[in-house]
Design a protein around this ligand. Sequence first.
Ligand code: ARG
Ligand code: ZN
Length: 881
Amino acid sequence: MRTDTGQAFRLEDYRQSDYLIPELEMIFRLDPEKTLVTTKLLIERRDGVAADVPLVLDGDGLKLEKLLIDGGAVEHNDHEATADSLTITRLPRQSRFEVTIVTRLAPAQNKALMGLYVSNGVYCTQCEAEGFRRISYFLDRPDVLSTYRVRIEAREKEAPLLLSNGNPAESGALEDGWHYAVWHDPFPKPSYLFALVAGDLSAVRDRFVTMSGRGVDLAIYVEHGKEARAAYAMDALKRSMRWDEERFGREYDLDVFNIVAVSDFNMGAMENKGLNVFNDKYVLADPETATDADFANIEAIIAHEYFHNWTGNRITCRDWFQLCLKEGLTVYRDHEFSADQRSRAVKRISEVRTLRAHQFPEDQGPLAHPVRPRRYREINNFYTATVYEKGSEVVRMIRTILGADTFRAGMDLYFERHDGQAVTIEDFVACFEKASGKDLTQFALWYHQAGTPNVTVATSYDARAREYTLEVEQSVPPTPSEARKRLMHIPLAFGLVGPDGQDMAYDGVEGAEVEDGVIHLRKRRHIVRFKGVQARPVASLNRGFSAPITLSLVMRQKDRLFLACHDNDLFSRWEALNTLFTEALIDASTRVRGGKSADFDTTLLGYPAEIAADEGLEAAYRALALTLPAEADIAREIGSNIDPDAIGRAREALRKAIAREAQETFARVYRDLGDDGPFSPDAKSAGRRALRNVLLEYMAAGSGDPASAVRQFETASSMADRAAALSVLAHQFPGGDAARAALAAFEERYRDNPLVLDKWFIVQATTPGGKTVDLVRELMEHPAFSLTNPNRVRSLIGTFASSNQTGFHRSDGEGYRFLADAVLAVEKHNPQVAARLAVAFRSWRSLEKGRQEEARKALARIAGEKELSRDLRDIVERTLA
Ligand code: ARG
Ligand code: ZN
């Protein structure tokens, strides 16, 4: 374990390396306990660098077996090798020379899952961000680009399949049952994109012909017997390849494209050049084992990793501060892809829900950082919702400001200017400035300044003058190490909704630049006057969530309800309703906390039945509209002195009240949506199931009777329906006979399918209430649970801590003590996953006093450990600061 040294890396300290590595050759002789890696580096000294400047290569836990320069041994005095670096002080005078390094690894012992490791008998690698240095000494930084030639040798029986990046070059038999394969990647790449896979896997094959007519052999490798479950991923891959050609003009560039699914993986997936490695959770799916959310995730992540081939691989990051250059942009691209493949409005609502659930609390808590951070202690802790999701929002705003065509011109310029380079956010933004002729200096603050801006709006209508006024004010709250903020350029899409639901025209506008339905806020305060407005409109603001901000707008409930029914922007309709629910829930939880009952306005309670039955709306949209804000959403809106139990009770009361009010309609729609033939994962069918399953939840809550959920559980023909029924039973009737029977039946049926058992762990870990922490402790002893498999750990421990408000925040602090224990146990072998788990503590200061104190104690206990990894110490210290 790499322990913390307190060292921080700072953006302003960036400097070029003195040496480059234009080419390298690697030879792997694979063995679980003793793998030998021979790396032959062609080193090039940069112009102007003196020959006595030492070559310092990165390592991490390495042991040097052998070192040669231009084939000759290196004197003891001329180099120093430690676990973490190799420094060579005496070097040839000529500017190019060859350094050969032999290291020895034990991949079977590698449970950190960085570098070379063995997952379920398969050798695989994960090098992003700094895993290559766990394989060999190297200039392990993204601005050092090299072409790789990789020879893999293995026992043929153990590993008939040998893969690396690029195109296959040669292969053949060796002595004693060994064989080899050589791969050559002609595209210079940084070391984080290196990959190797060797094992006994099955291939699902297909072929893609690119827009210029080149054939590409596609393969997805999975464990034997799981081939059929890779069909959907293959289909998603081909659609992604076509889409990137059509929407961005980007064509694939190698002869082969390989994807490998592995069962032990720290993150979702990895875009290694020509050889994507995936968490099997994001490859394997069929109707029996995958929910609709699983299918949608697979489609999105297959696309995401594929799109990295241009945004990330062909053009990469100069340094890790620029991570959003590839991640934010690629998330934006995968969002657009999913929106085109499915329903744009529904996709946008889901994106915003995700952003609010994950990025807003990050931005509003102790771990806040800019989309492009300026300092880090451990880069693995910066694969965050801010870098990914807010990073995507920033790209989306660029498109909003420039318009679709100019945005595309800027992207084309980016690809043309920077192909083959390692660049910065400034380089990226400059392409859009060039393409549009606009100055994006103020806009670029979105990359540099942390915190969620708040925009306050007051409206007024002067009937005599026919003038409608918006008084708009922006502020950005302080965040750690950024007390004072600068004013941002906020593109606020809007409509003035007239009495008939149509957007009203106006003759002119003063007080801000308004263009194509967008108000450009640049100053602290704008008074925006719309002239010639014939009747009092209702303002629909931040349409489509054009900017990732919070909006404070006092509005009459009647007007909000009007928007919820009539706004012609579907996102804003959802937003209006969601705000109404949120306001009602905040109110109710205050009353519940004060010992009163949670009462709700009857107008609000009447609306859900209308939505459920409105066939003019897509089913998926109706499902989202009927989904109440999550407990965590309500807590975030309340902001401080939070009592999760009161919130939980208020939400439960609203659900029951709606269910009773809409009982008959819900039951009828549920019935009418019933069986429509064989399962199809398409968006329309998924939406129909989503709506039914939301209604099922209400029906159970309203009646207090598990019968309909039991029926659905027993007759379900897909995992989507079965899992939904299971969670209704387990969450609404915990400990009851129906819940027990369903949980037991599910466990029995999927005994041999770890990915499905994850759902069984998740359902139990998210059971509301104070008893769940004991259940989770118990489940850690379950034979299917494993502390070393990240999917198991996340399903049971991660979801408990991040998604079970009343369970994790048990008032006596037992949830926090449990998480501290679990984090320390996982950290022993996998610091990266442990640090992720610890992030669940991040909003501790917004809790009421008693819980705050318990959470602080748990955090302090972790911080008090003597030997903490850099990953965990960084998170815990920033959280406590
Ligand atoms: N680049 C990967 C992606 O597509 C994420 C890999 C992150 N890995 C890590 N160890 N931090 O988003
Ligand atoms: Zn990515």
